[in-house]
Design a protein around this ligand. Structure first.
Ligand code: ADP
Ligand code: ADP
Length: 226
């Protein structure tokens, strides 16, 4: 059964105009699915519903069989990577990871090892005690990916994580993220307006119409990676 399942989803911010209309999607337990669509079509809105921040006007969204809009039971852990890293500037890199580890209920004695492991995985261990604003855009996004993975999430949601980076940095990050998730059976939903990123990273691509988002088609990626 799919790990992330969205059925007939519709979302409206003002109760009149739809931001998302009739979206269906499924992500398998170790699948990397990209959602591709133009800016403003409703991609972030979809991720906000999946992370429980926004209630749909119609339809259902479940993660690991659990309704994301329900507050009953333990919520599945979601690793969220924002377009703008959203690191707290008054905390060091390590302290930014501590916040999510604490919120996820990871025992304190495991924090140092977790933090070291994930900062090393994203190649930013040298910046453990640095202030986020001292880092480059690419390094900040690496920290933000480390933060998302450090809680051992049930699913990872990524919202255009490379769109603010320069071309060279974005290409490096894309490559590294591909390697990372090839080794890691975590379901990922990755929204982007970049065809290049979607084709490079995803097992399957969902193409959305210009807003309100509907699924135009689903493409299985079986071409050699560019
Ligand atoms: P992108 O198109 O790259 O997703 P946007 O500039 O559309 O970025 O959105 C950035 C932020 O502004 C998001 O958090 C989004 O929810 C919010 N936002 C976008 N459009 C509106 C709007 N019409 N009214 C209020 N907030 C909005
Ligand atoms: P995308 O992520 O694909 O760029 P969004 O999900 O940010 O698109 O936006 C989808 C639509 O919803 C847009 O028309 C946007 O202006 C609108 N929207 C997004 N966030 C808000 C908000 N907080 N309030 C009102 N409208 C919003």
């Amino acid at each position: 059964s799919p790990y992330i399942e969205v059925k007939d989803l519709a979302v409206s911010y003002d109760g009149q105009r739809l931001a998302v209309s009739d979206v269906d999607l499924e992500v398998g337990p170790s699948e990397f699915v990209a959602v591709l669509g133009p800016s403003g079509c409703g991609k972030s809105t979809l991720l906000q519903v999946l992370s429980g921040l926004l209630a749909p006007a119609a339809g259902t969204a479940t993660i690991a069989g659990r309704d994301v809009t329900s507050t009953a039971g333990a919520a599945p852990r979601i690793g969220y990577v924002f377009q703008d890293h959203r690191l707290l500037p008054w905390r060091t890199v390590a302290q930014n990871l501590e916040i999510v580890l604490s919120a996820a209920g990871v025992p304190r004695d495991q924090w140092p090892e977790r933090i070291d492991r994930y900062l090393r995985m994203l190649r930013v261990e040298a910046h453990r005690d640095a202030w986020p604003l001292r880092l480059s855009g690419g390094q900040r996004q690496r920290v933000s990916i480390a933060r998302a993975l450090a809680i051992d999430p049930a699913v990872v949601l990524m919202d255009e994580p490379f769109s603010t980076l320069d071309e060279v940095t974005a290409r490096q990050m894309r490559q590294q993220l591909g390697d990372l998730f090839a080794l890691r059976p975590t379901p990922v939903l990755f929204v982007t307006h970049s065809v290049r990123e979607a084709v490079f990273l995803a097992d399957r691509i969902l193409i959305l119409t210009p807003g309100p988002a509907r699924v135009l088609e689903t493409v299985t990626v079986d071409v050699p990676r560019p």
